[in-house]
Design a protein around this ligand. Sequence first.
Ligand code: JJW
Length: 448
Amino acid sequence: MARLDFPKDFVWGTATASYQIEGAWQEDGRGLSIWDTFSHTPGNVANNDNGDVACDSYHRYMEDIALLKKLGVTAYRFSIAWPRIFPNGTGEVNEKGLDYYRRVVDALLEAGIRPCATLYHWDLPQALQDKGGWNNHDTIDAFVRYAETVFKAFDGKIRQWITFNETWCVSFLSNYLGVHAPGNRDLQLAVNVAHHCLMAHGRTVKRFRELGIAGEIGTTHNPTWTEPFTTKPEDVEAARRNRAWQNEWFFEPTLKGTYPSFLVDWFRGKGAEVPVQPGDMETIAQPIDFIGINFYSGSFGRYKKGAGLFDCEEVQVGFDRTYMDWNVYPDSLYLTLRWLKETYGDIPIYITENGACYPDELTADKRVHDTQRIDYFRKHLIQCVRAIESGVNLKGYFAWSLLDNFEWAEGYRKRFGIVYTDYETLERHPKDSYYFIQKVIADGGLDV
Ligand code: JJW
């Protein structure tokens, strides 16, 4: 048996997001978001589930925080619901919405847990969507105003800020593939949305610095690794296009102030132009303190004319798959981390999400023996140690998720929690993976 150790100051955490856990969709003046609209429209979400109640964390956050404390985490990543703070996206601040997060943040600090807040985890105020959403430049101004309001409200208390969660999902998954809210299928729209979100990120970082807010700010992208199936140039190029779409399209503007030019040309060939105005790229590339990555999976790809946007088809190479049908490909996390270092240098990296979905069952004595999830965590944590010992500046790891919750278009049937949520009673039951993570944190590493 061998030991793999994490650095002493490694940050351990779990992650959640407002719409996925809070419920209380009409309480204390909360406005509607695009996810209320989307989930209340039949056919968009499995089983027509919605976030009206979710895990009821709006009322049960003290239980969640007690679970975090017992877990032994350094930090907790949650998101702030924009429509609780500005019910119409702009206008008057809703103090009652701020009060909820004041209670959460104070309880976290009391428990010795560092709050890490995401500003945009997909719940765009519906009132802004009605005016074009992220396709409209005014949404950028509204976002900066919302961000500035919460920065001031939590200055000195929240010391780690993430502007956007997974801009690829916000843009392409939601506006080109049509899977997430608002459910559009338009490439030009998706390219515009990506650009405007990146702009909103840059302008927010700028404002954060101007206001002199304490702490660090960054953003979270969701890279996936596409490995070419063969060394044939056409396969290598196809895999590269896929990676560029999921990865460089977001990391490159954020960290270098450019878009990958071959992909700009590729999009042009598909009839979509990138709406870059003079000065935009400098705005996007404001220096940030860290980069977050949400990492789940990778795949093998090869050239096939007409497959997807990039003439790239996935090849099944025999991976185990999670209940999301995502490959379990732990090496792809290492490859991604190495690529980040080689391409963008030593900016601090946090894994702001990593985890797996399996069809968990609660036993009669209220346990969940989620051995597959433990195996997934173990394999990915091993790759983290590999990366750290290879010189990757990986500072922390947040497991997705603390709780089973509303998994977007998949509804409640897809469980990612290390704690089981009983949706009948809203009771929480730690799974075996919770105790696994607890031990890794306590030991500062794992036996392999
Ligand atoms: C891609 C489906 C093609 C969340 C995707 C679907 C392909 C027509 C998990 N991360 O709940 C990616 N998650 O809120 C943030 N990340 O394509 C947090 N990415 O359809 C988690 C879903 C996702 C996806 C889901």
